[in-house]
Design a binder for this molecule. Structure first.
Ligand code: SAM
Length: 287
């Protein structure tokens, strides 16, 4: 996917004066304001109104297992800690991790210094989790896919992403933005786009508008029975060549008769099919 959240060139060179964090009195950290790192997709939220809107939407409560991906300079983290008392957070940037450790006691913040794409989420998700993140856009799609297998142990996910990605996630069949991401996520989660966030709410300002999305995993008992691998294969193949008819796009997996036997028109295109039709095709493939 495109890394639309890379900083706009003009603003990315400027040190983040407004983004300076309290450093617990450490003279070395205090003397050096953090410079946003493009490679970690660092666009820090600095609009308190947006922070409160996000935290209001999450409504964190004491005792809940809140996990934040990419706490950065703690714009969301401190508001979450205020409401929930404790947060676990995963941060890849060592400098930011050191500052976070200075700022918050271990009672309030459990910091996991790691790449959220590489950690074993089944370890983190030992208890039902509430996941939160103003996600680095360059990892957002792979991260959404990496979280699918632990959805059973997640209460909800509130993520800020590129608006264009959120629009694809929530798109309905027939729309131009409906695709693999929409089908794979809508199968597993109820998705609600909450609101857009303008570029100016971040420092440095990203190149594109952001949106906040709520993802609530569907109860396992409500999920249609289907082989997960077959489902993923059918969806990937169907949208791999989205301009082709299903008969052509799925030719290596199912023939026209098998597609028709799944109650799907072999002449149709993937973007017209609802999630349930992909389930039908996947069942046929796995049969
Ligand atoms: N939450 C902060 C805020 O809202 O201002 C920072 C958001 S910034 C867009 C993304 C954060 O994710 C940065 O702190 C960045 O260092 C961190 N990050 C980037 N890639 C990461 C990864 N693979 N694993 C964990 N954290 C990552």
């Amino acid at each position: 996917m495109s890394d639309g959240r890379r900083a706009a060139p003009s603003s990315s060179r400027a040190p983040l004066g407004g983004g300076r964090v309290a450093t617990g009195g450490d003279p070395i950290l205090a003397a050096a304001p953090h410079r946003a790192r493009k490679r970690f997709g660092q666009n820090f939220l600095h609009d308190p109104g947006v922070v409160s809107r996000i935290v209001e939407a999450i409504d964190p409560r004491p005792g809940q297992a809140i996990v934040e991906i990419g706490p950065g300079q703690a714009a969301l983290t401190s508001a979450l800690i205020e409401r929930a008392g404790h947060v676990r957070a995963i941060e890849i940037d060592r400098d930011l991790a050191a500052r976070l450790r200075q700022r918050f006691s271990a009672e309030k913040l459990t910091l996991i210094e790691a790449d959220a794409l590489k950690i074993d989420w089944s370890d983190v998700a030992a208890t039902p989790l509430r996941l939160v993140g103003n996600l680095p856009y360059n990892i957002s799609t792979p991260l959404l896919f990496a979280l699918l297998p632990v959805a059973e142990r997640v209460i909800d996910q509130h993520f800020m992403l590129q608006k264009e990605v959120v629009d694809r996630m929530v798109a309905a069949p027939g729309s131009k933005t409906y695709g693999r991401l929409s089908v794979m996520l809508q199968f597993r989660y109820r998705l609600t786009k909450l609101f857009d966030v303008p570029r100016g709410a971040f420092k440095p300002a990203p190149q594109v508008t952001s949106s906040v999305v709520r993802m609530q995993p569907r109860a396992v008992s409500d999920l249609p029975e289907v082989d997960a691998q077959a489902f993923a294969r059918v969806v990937a193949a169907a949208f791999g060549q989205r301009r082709k008819t299903l008969r052509n796009a799925l030719s290596e997996l199912l023939d026209a008769d098998e597609i028709a036997a799944s109650n799907v028109d072999p002449q149709a295109r993937a973007e017209t099919l609802g999630v349930q039709s992909f389930v039908g095709l996947a069942r046929r493939l796995a049969a």
